[in-house]
Design a protein around this ligand. Structure first.
Ligand SMILES: Cc1cc2nc3c(=O)[nH]c(=O)nc-3n(C[C@H](O)[C@H](O)[C@H](O)COP(=O)(O)O)c2cc1C
Length: 366
């Protein structure tokens, strides 16, 4: 650096995000691992799994249901009862003891669910009665065609918002540092944002502001419960995962960003494959920390993510699969230690294999 030049940030620089200080700008991306029991309680190995990965500046947990009715996959954890909360406390304590920080991702799967996974008196809900054209998992793991969801009533909307807020309260009581709302990848919040899944004629649809309203109301309720400085929101504008038709929906994302910005959440977390005018505009408008995930392009290696920080395209970058197979990923990058490949067959397999048995470099590679 020459005199007077301002050094650009690197992924290893600390950063403040909302209420918390992070040791670096690498976020472990949320990843469903299906290790919880049928009651949505995580095993003790989850505390080991997350603590092993505490070199990330921030860990975002696997998608976690804020209510029993929000569950959409076998083996996902919940954060809506006392047993689940106790398991999360072990996770939070272990991560903090290892020097890390951790947000819980709250995920309501909406139409990407199956009646066998939710209580008998609950319903598969969505903004509108439009089924996803794909197969979903039953409680026994068998894949079957998605059901036609029931449109959420206004009372149902109020209940879901309340569920998110009380789950966020539990997360913080369990010692987790905050929550991330999953408004990406075709789940309930994303279903409200997208005209392909939201055909509502009431105030929750019909216009960019209408489609953005539900997510903003969920965020406002969570911020009122735990403070905006402990709230992040994840979006995937234009994403097609889970049978979404979200192209040409830029105005909804701008309305969403403007509505959320008034709350001043800790961060906005955007998933994208490549940049677009919308992404640049979101980055430009967003008033607090901006997290990017370049989603399945390559391996999210240091050479891929460093330019995003150096060029100020993002304040932080999230990394998914490399964290599964490299628990000490940030340390490896710092010391130039080679990265281990991941084994896709154990992503969702349950059990400890492929979960807590990837060694840190000092245990294996050096
Ligand atoms: C096994 C697995 C589970 C995932 N589960 C979630 C999830 O629960 N919530 C979410 O927002 N994204 C989820 N994702 C997406 C990741 O957060 C991330 O966007 C994706 O892996 C791309 O980043 P990468 O190329 O660094 O892996 C998952 C990805 C994988 C591989």
């Amino acid at each position: 650096m020459t005199d007077g030049a301002v050094a650009s940030a690197t992924v290893f620089d600390p950063v403040r995000v909302g209420d918390i200080e992070l040791a670096n700008r690498v976020v472990m991306a949320p990843m469903t691992r299906n290790r919880a029991d049928a009651r949505g309680v995580l095993p003790d190995s989850a505390a080991t799994y997350y603590a092993q990965r505490a070199s990330a500046g921030l860990i975002v947990t696997e998608g976690t249901q804020p209510s029993a009715a929000a569950k959409g996959y076998p083996g996902t954890p919940g954060i809506h009862d006392d047993d689940q909360e106790r398991a999360w406390r072990k996770v939070a304590d272990a991560v903090h003891a290892a020097g890390g920080r951790i947000f819980c991702q709250l995920m309501h799967t909406g139409r990407i669910g199956h009646p066998s996974l939710i209580p008998a008196d609950a319903r598969i809900v969505a903004p509108s009665a439009i089924p996803a054209q794909l197969e979903v998992a039953r409680a026994d793991g068998v894949m079957v065609p998605a059901v036609v969801p029931e449109p959420l009533t206004s009372q149902g909307i109020t209940e879901v918002i309340g569920d998110f807020a009380s789950a966020a309260g539990r997360a913080v009581r369990a010692g987790l540092d905050g929550v991330e709302l999953h408004a990406a990848n075709g789940y309930l919040l994303h279903q409200f944002l997208s005209p392909g899944t939201n055909r509502r004629a009431d105030e929750y649809g019909g216009s960019p502001q209408g489609r953005a309203r539900f997510v903003i109301e969920v965020a406002a309720a969570v911020a009122a419960e735990i403070g905006a400085g402990r709230l992040g929101i994840r979006i995937s504008p234009g994403g097609q995962f889970n049978d979404m038709q979200d192209k040409g929906n830029e105005d909804t994302y701008l309305a969403l960003a403007d509505g959320l910005a008034e709350l001043r959440p800790a961060y906005l977390h955007t998933l994208r494959r490549r940049s677009s005018p919308l992404h640049r505009e979101l980055r430009h408008r967003w008033p607090t920390a901006y997290v990017l995930n370049t989603g399945y392009l390559g391996a999210s290696e240091l050479d891929d993510i460093s330019p995003l920080i150096a060029s100020d395209a993002a304040d932080l970058v999230s990394v998914g699969r490399l964290f599964i197979s490299n628990p000490d990923l940030v340390r490896r990058w710092e010391r130039g230690v080679p990265r281990a490949p991941w084994d896709e067959t154990t992503f969702y397999s349950g059990g400890d294999r492929g979960y807590i048995d990837y060694p840190a470099a000092h245990e294996g590679q050096e």
